[in-house]
Design a binder for this molecule. Structure first.
Ligand code: ATP
Ligand code: MN
Length: 480
């Protein structure tokens, strides 16, 4: 029954007519008791199915409600209506799944994105989310293709981890111990994790980097692409508690190679989506344009979605040091007129998202790579520069998003690494396995982490990260 069906995307691309075809999908609308707009998720474009007057029982027609699932067999004919070349003249219509029109949560009227988030189990059936998740798929596919073509090994790093030294963020505890206070205790009253499932305290991973480095010391080029977790209470449009991250780690790369790789990577996957998802991107560009019209003039972005993507594909990112960025920010009118919430007074402070966005959106008007940050605001594993106060870090900042990539050349010198760990009170014995890479055949290497959802946000133009992952997890929300 099912293998004979043709997908609507393929049918709509048909040049020929006059043959029989079977389609299956969900009714978007049914008008004049004759015209069914049918969608099967292969494209946002609906197939027009014609149920000629008088040819079908009233009892069948009544069940052709929005959301119902049907199977139709009929003749493919040239369409008289505009907007499509072919349509299907139904010979048989079978209802596979009824949908009570009164109770169907998606109504033809426009729903807000906030409302759709509450019915995330249904929102796939809207044009907006259809487009978003097909693009998300393409980007994921392109990521694997990019690295595979370059001979990288895809590494599955653990999701449950005992290492809490990375310091990338607050972690979720993984335990089978009782939560009612009856867990075994040490003499000082703290929980004794010796009796826990793993015999020690464990968490959900915040990054696969440290394990990635181990494998890079054997395969040269590896990448991870998996879920990561942060238990930070960040209620922003750019943070999730569960998100996906891509982390390449490359032996024999320095900071500049690392930036070149990140730029080539971002360009490649965006280009891929622009080729594969042309119609979906055009749809989202239109959506964004309408959304922008609601904003006051000065808040509107100058470029449309497609212009912005083309711009990124065709132009080099602006590269500058943290120190140069601080100078620009300090001297900016924005800073002088005290328009930043956090004013920039001098070197050494961490940049807030308002500063990142100023650099990208107001000053350079293009993606920016900031390098060589003060060591005190970055992780222990980043390579110390000659000056002794900055590290070979790089963050890529994207318009509308802020930080999309965080990376660095790693500290490959054992003495420098252990000295830094001691300064930062990171117990070396817990990371002995990591330090072994520096003891046995250490080499210069570099890598970065790209937040997958922030990339999807950038490509789809969606303002809220909760709308680019199927079922978002964030503080006080883990529905579905
Ligand atoms: P931010 O300062 O924006 O919170 P971060 O400095 O904590 O980011 P990293 O630890 O460097 O980020 O993580 C690497 C990448 O993972 C970031 O560049 C970003 O794209 C993404 N990322 C980090 N935290 C989150 C989150 N909570 N939700 C979604 N993506 C995230
Ligand atoms: Mn963070």
């Amino acid at each position: 029954m099912f293998n004979k069906r043709i997908k609507i995307k393929a049918l709509l691309a048909e040049e020929n007519t006059g043959f029989e075809a079977t389609v299956m999908g969900w009714v978007r609308t049914f008008r004049n008791n004759q015209f069914i707009a049918l969608n099967d998720g292969s494209t946002n474009n609906n197939l027009q199915v014609v149920a000629s007057l008088g040819e079908f029982e009233d009892s069948t027609l009544k069940r052709l409600t929005t959301g119902a699932c049907i199977k139709v067999t009929g003749q493919v004919i040239a369409s008289l209506g505009k907007g499509q070349k072919v349509e299907l003249k139904a010979a048989t219509i079978e209802i596979l799944g009824d949908s009570d029109a009164e109770k169907f949560p998606l109504q033809p009227k426009k729903h807000s994105l906030e409302f759709l988030r509450e019915i995330a189990h249904m929102r796939f059936r809207t044009n907006t989310f259809g487009a978003i998740f097909r693009i998300r798929h393409s980007l994921a596919f392109a990521i694997h293709q990019f690295f595979n073509d370059k001979g990288f090994v895809y590494l599955h790093t653990p999701i449950i981890t005992a290492s809490d030294a990375e310091g990338a963020g607050e972690m979720f505890r993984v335990t089978t111990l009782p939560v009612d206070g009856s867990a075994p205790k040490n003499e000082d009253g703290s929980v004794n994790f010796k009796d826990d499932f793993f015999g020690r305290s464990t968490n959900l991973t915040v990054s696969g980097q440290l394990e990635g480095e181990l494998a890079a010391m054997a395969f040269s080029d590896v990448y991870t692409f998996g879920p990561t977790f942060r238990a930070e209470n960040s209620n922003t449009t750019r943070h999730l508690a569960e998100f996906w991250m891509i982390e390449p780690e490359v032996a024999f790369n320095d900071l500049e190679d690392n930036m070149n790789l990140a730029e080539a990577f971002i360009r490649y996957v965006i280009k891929y989506a622009m080729e594969q998802n042309k119609e979906d991107l055009e749809f989202l560009a239109q959506r964004l344009e309408e959304e922008e019209k609601q904003k006051p003039q000065q808040d509107r972005s100058e470029m449309g979605l497609l212009d912005k993507l083309n711009f990124v594909v065709n132009n080099d990112f602006e590269r500058l040091t943290y120190t140069e960025a601080i100078e620009i920010l300090k001297e900016s009118n924005h800073n002088k007129k005290k328009k930043f919430q956090y004013l920039i007074e001098g070197w050494g402070v961490d940049l807030q998202s308002e500063h990142e966005r100023y650099l990208v959106e107001k000053h350079f008007k293009k993606p920016v790579i900031l390098t060589n940050y003060p060591k005190d605001i970055k992780s222990f594993y980043m390579r110390l520069n000659e000056d002794g106060k900055t590290v070979a870090a790089m963050d890529i900042l994207a318009p509308g998003i802020g930080e999309i990539v965080g990376g660095s050349q790693r500290e490959e010198r054992l003495d420098k690494l252990t000295a830094r760990m001691a300064e930062m009170h990171i117990p070396a014995e817990e990371l002995n396995w990591y330090l072994d890479t520096r003891r046995f055949g250490s080499c210069p290497h570099a890598g970065f982490g790209l937040g997958f959802e922030r990339l999807v946000q950038f490509v789809t133009g969606m303002g809220n990260i909760r709308d680019v992952i199927p079922f978002p997890r964030y503080p006080k929300s883990a529905e579905f």
